[in-house]
Design a binder for this molecule. Structure first.
Ligand code: PHE
Ligand code: FE
Length: 259
């Protein structure tokens, strides 16, 4: 999200909604192999650290061997929850991003990181977007919540409050934790696709794990270049849905007045 300078994707072929052709046949064997290595590493961590919803969703995907054909995944998603994937060159402007979500389309970056970025990458690539975000689109409650978020994003633009709503995205969709009978588990995409932060977020003694609190989240600045100091923990996707259902307009006004 946002207008970040020097994005590395190729935006020259993008349509007005920033979508592109995936051009699956252009991925090299080395790229498929790198993707497979990333998938294997993360898959080993998943049983211990991921929430149940994420684990059951990945089984729909059949995406362990090679970079998936987006259209094949979209077909399954449309049947499951009415979502689909759209290929994009990389990060896209807020309005295009929110509009896709508001229409149940999840933008997935087409390019894959370089081998030297195996452990850490600054911009989202196809592995982060796909492995991190797409599985939960099969969960009906999560899927509906993300749709509401997209509509809420367009509204936040009109109210000049995207900064606050982006923090909600960050501490839920990207770095969210969930209470489960087995203990705290991860559902955020930034955690699911990270070799180090997934375990750190769930079991390292250093970070705070705070109960989900909307206003506090919207007041919390986030770190984009290192592990988080604080994570917010929901009880279930229904809980997240319920907490984010009220009209945010009065909250935005309050947040702006206290700076
Ligand atoms: N309830 C929010 C609003 O009125 C919309 C929203 C829903 C935002 C779900 C995020 C998640 O702006
Ligand atoms: Fe992401």
């Amino acid at each position: 999200m946002g207008s970040v300078p020097d994005l590395r994707g190729d935006y020259s072929q993008a349509g007005p909604d920033y979508s592109v052709e995936q051009q699956w046949e252009k991925y090299t064997p080395e790229e498929h192999q790198l993707y497979r290595r990333l998938f294997e590493r993360q898959s080993k961590l998943v049983p211990r650290y991921a929430c149940r919803e994420w684990i059951s969703a990945i089984s729909h995907l059949d995406a362990a061997r090679e970079i998936p054909v987006f259209e094949a995944i979209s077909k399954k998603l449309r049947t499951a929850t009415g979502w689909e994937i759209v290929a994009v060159p990389g990060l896209i402007p807020d309005e295009a991003f929110f509009t896709h979500l508001a229409n149940r389309r999840f933008p997935v970056t087409v390019w894959l990181r370089k081998p030297q970025e195996f452990d850490y990458i600054v911009e989202p690539d196809v592995f982060h977007d796909f492995f991190g975000h797409v599985p939960l689109l099969f969960d009906p409650v999560y899927a509906d919540h993300l749709h509401e978020y997209g509509k809420g994003g367009l509204k936040a633009m009109r109210l000049d409050a995207v900064k606050f709503l982006a923090r909600l995205y960050w501490f839920t969709i990207e770095f969210g934790l969930m209470n489960t009978p087995a203990g705290v588990r991860a559902y955020g995409a930034g955690l699911m696709s990270s070799g180090g932060e997934l375990a750190y977020s769930v079991e390292d003694p250093r970070p705070k794990r705070l109960p989900f609190e909307l206003e506090r989240i919207m007041r919390t600045e986030y770190l984009i270049d290192r592990y988080q100091d604080s994570y917010f923990v929901i009880d279930a996707f229904e809980h997240l849905m319920r907490e984010t259902a009220p009209d945010f307009a009065p909250l935005y006004t309050r947040l702006k007045s206290k700076k």
